[in-house]
Ligand binder design. Structure first.
Ligand code: IPM
Ligand code: MN
Length: 375
């Protein structure tokens, strides 16, 4: 029997409840397909921060980097100012592990209601490859009051570093500024990942940018996209401005196969993607470093108002769990979990409130686990 050790960070709000169901289903898949996962629990999140002052320490990150994958619930708590936990834990982990791909499948399963009129599971089936370490997310910026001031902004990565020395002079009462930065190396690797996925799908990659306005940063993105598409002559490509792609996601989702996007636009368009595939309760994601430690999580947040009610839909997290074991190489078990989710949805009996049902989080987890065992 194959043994794995996987760290799990249940996190805040509904995180622990949905992660519990995800583990239940993966454990069932392990029993069915002959592998065993030892789950190593980490307490990081709001309570741990309030009790100890630790968001996520260098020591913890180093320890976690010894594992191929991490299973994450959700991070965020109303007792703590917005951004502290998200940046201090989630983004810190994405950057530390250099998880440069944020893979978000946008797939409408059968039996799921979509707000898009006349669209079916045949029309909504693409993946978004969101760059996950650069762009406006690098977190460098500042504020300056009227007069002269100086600032030094730095990004330090294993892949490269960049430093900006700023001499600021303004007669505005106060300005805020933020530098978005992408690198040739960082852009190239995420695009190569997107093309390699497309080679095994419908051979179509759509790039997202706003090169008509932000022409320096996304001009580089476009240039790199051209270079890489030239190496993949059998893959069809197109450019999309971010504003227009939101329109096409709604009007013609069937046009898309693989969508590669800079970080911030990717954040925005994947919430739109989530709703057309049936809602945040059904949308999984993976933060992937193909050669390092990846991290799998639902796209949704911690939904504090539903905490401890055993009410929310665990499917996004269960699906993220399927992505996790696929990354481990358990492809058949992974496909079986997605299939069990599909069967649960088609049966449409054991379902949570967001799907028009009355079942609990744990009922849905148990139903999917049973279907994995019976497969
Ligand atoms: C997401 C979230 C995060 C992001 C936040 C919580 C930092 O919205 O995973 O999409 O912006 O990437
Ligand atoms: Mn988001």
């Amino acid at each position: 029997m194959t043994q794995y050790k996987i760290p799990v960070i249940p996190g805040d709000g509904i995180g622990p409840e949905v992660i519990f169901e995800g583990r239940k289903v993966i454990d069932a898949a392990g029993e069915r397909f002959g592998f065993d996962i030892e789950w190593i629990e980490y307490p990081h999140g709001a309570n741990h921060y309030l009790e100890t002052g630790e968001l996520i320490s260098e020591g913890t990150l180093k320890e976690l980097s010894g594992y191929p994958a991490i299973y994450l619930g959700s991070i965020g708590d109303p007792r703590i100012a917005p951004g502290i936990l998200e940046k201090g834990i989630l983004l810190t982990a994405r950057f530390y592990f250099d998880q440069y791909v944020n893979l978000r499948p946008i797939k409408l399963l059968d039996g799921v209601w979509t707000p898009l009129k006349d669209k079916t599971s045949k029309d909504i089936d693409f993946v978004v490859v969101r760059e996950n370490t650069e762009d406006f997310y690098v977190g460098i910026g500042g504020r300056a009051k009227k007069g002269a001031s100086k600032d030094i902004l730095e990004v330090k990565r294993t892949l490269y570093s960049a430093k900006f020395g700023l001499d600021i002079e303004t007669d505005s009462e106060e300005i805020g500024y933020q530098i978005g930065l992408i690198s040739k190396e960082g852009t190239k690797r995420v695009m190569e990942y997107a093309f390699s996925i497309a080679e095994n799908r419908k051979k179509h990659v759509s790039s997202v940018d706003k090169a008509n306005v932000l022409s320096d940063i996304y001009g580089l993105w476009r240039e790199e996209f051209n270079t890489i598409s030239a190496k993949h002559p059998s893959v069809k490509t197109d450019f999309n401005f971010v504003d227009s792609i939101t329109m096409w996601f709604v009007k013609n989702p069937e046009w898309f196969d693989v969508v590669v996007t800079p970080n911030m636009f990717g954040d925005i368009i994947t919430d739109l993607g989530a709703i057309i595939q049936g809602g945040l309760g059904l949308a999984p994601g993976g933060n992937i470093n193909p050669k390092g430690t990846s991290m799998f999580e639902p796209i949704h947040g911690s939904a504090p108002k539903y905490k401890n009610q055993n009410k929310v839909n665990p499917i996004a997290t269960i699906w993220a769990g399927a992505m996790l074991i696929e990354q481990l190489g358990e492809k058949e078990a992974s496909a079986t979990i997605v299939d069990a989710i599909q069967k649960n949805l088609l049966a449409s009996i054991v379902k949570t409130y967001d799907m028009g049902g009355m079942s609990s989080t744990s009922d849905v987890g148990s139903d999917i686990a049973r279907r994995v065992m019976d497969s």
